[in-house]
Design a protein around this ligand. Structure first.
Ligand code: NAD
Length: 349
């Protein structure tokens, strides 16, 4: 295994790992470790270039710094990417080599699931390092996706209360872009509450499942943002809100699971100007990593988890209040609150 520390300004540590015999080409990035070790998932994706993977892991690890701070867990921001196609390249050797890379950082970074990594994969990674979480053991912790979905649902309810003055999602319509692990479970929760659904996905089997299970209507991935609904839930990739989609957006609330939903930072103000209530992505989608954090700390219980999930709605309401008081967009307010938490952590250290 070869490792090379990359000089990346503003990041605590970024390391490029390669192991030819195992087929590993990976980057682990720890953005900030003020509140504790970097914690965040590992993504396996066939990036078009090294630069594209580096850019993704930088954005994602920085996002984790803010997410973990707002999630109230003593962890900094970290993330890993493996340059590979999860459908064809994933082998036990590759996963173990990645586990050894994580282990070599001696606790500066804890890994977990992200796109392309399953709970079973994590068990393989965990066989060579203790710095991995997101595996269910005797009803504790496990795959974060159902927790993330529940957190997004709670956040959506808080946003609906704020924007429409309603106590539930009943009679509201939500367009979900991406009915994967999180999006499908979110669809179930909305459906069970009496909400109506429009779903879009590049995976037609997933769309069919949502239609059959929840009576969802469908849209093309391009048009999911433009359908006439109350809430738009980006649950596929990042960048769903950009200049083009903003112009076509009809929903009054953005509340979804995807990371880095705003393609460019100016979209935050642009949504506010359009009268759209944006639930900052790393706050509303934080329940998964909160579960992982509690699992690492050994304090995971169902009641603690439910309390934390319910708190996502309350935290968003705080953000909405402060945004209104300061006449500022919600994303900027969330950033400010996260930085305040990190500054307090720095002082206390
Ligand atoms: P997933 O891979 O299970 O689901 C993503 C879905 O989006 C898939 O069904 C896929 O076919 C679809 N998709 C991909 N590209 C698309 C496109 N261009 N148009 C339409 N659909 C497309 O992933 P997931 O675990 O459900 O996560 C969804 C998003 O939420 C990701 O951005 C992830 O980073 C973020 N997230 C997930 C968690 C978690 O706990 N799983 C936590 C925080 C954030």
């Amino acid at each position: 295994m070869k490792s090379e520390v990359l000089a990346v300004e503003g990041w605590r540590k970024v390391v490029h790992f390669t192991d030819e015999s195992a087929g590993l080409n990976a980057i682990i990035a720890v953005h900030d470790a003020t509140l504790g070790p970097g914690c965040g998932g590992c993504r396996i994706y066939p990036y078009a270039s090294f630069e594209a993977g580096l850019e993704d892991v930088k954005n994602l690890s920085r996002g984790m710094t803010y997410k973990n701070a707002m999630g109230g867990i003593p962890f900094g921001g970290g993330k890993a990417v493996i340059f590979a196609d999860p459908k064809t390249d994933k082998t036990p050797e590759l996963l173990k080599a990645f586990g050894r890379a994580v282990d070599s950082l001696e606790g500066l970074y804890y890994t977990a699931e992200d796109s392309g990594v399953t709970e079973a994969d994590l068990a393989t990674i965990r066989s060579v390092t203790n710095y991995a979480a997101g595996m269910e053991k005797e009803g504790v912790g496990g795959n974060p996706s159902p927790f993330t979905a529940r957190g997004v649902w709670r956040g959506m309810q808080a946003a609906a209360k704020r924007k429409f003055g309603v106590d539930s999602l009943k009679d509201l319509t939500v367009s979900i872009l991406g009915v994967g692990a999180v999006g499908m479970d979110l669809a179930r929760l909305i459906h069970e509450e009496g909400g109506k659904l429009v779903v879009a996905d590049v995976n037609q089997a997933a769309v069919k499942e949502a239609v059959e299970r929840f009576g969802a209507e469908t849209a093309t991935p391009e048009d999911a943002v433009a359908v006439d609904v109350d809430i738009f839930a980006p649950c596929a990739l990042g960048g769903a809100i950009n200049v083009d989609t903003l112009a076509r957006l009809k929903a009054k609330i953005i509340a979804g699971a995807a990371n880095n939903q705003l393609k460019t930072p100016d979209m935050d103000q642009a949504l506010k100007d359009k009268g759209v209530l944006y639930c900052p992505d790393y706050v509303i989608n934080g329940a998964g990593v909160i579960s992982v954090g509690l699992e690492i700390l050994g304090t995971w219980t169902t009641s603690e988890m439910n309390k934390r999930i319910d708190n996502i709605g309350a935290m968003l309401t705080d953000i909405f209040n402060r945004a209104e008081a300061e006449n500022a967009p919600t994303g900027a307010i969330a950033d400010k609150m996260a930085l305040e938490i990190i500054a307090r952590g720095r002082k206390a250290a």
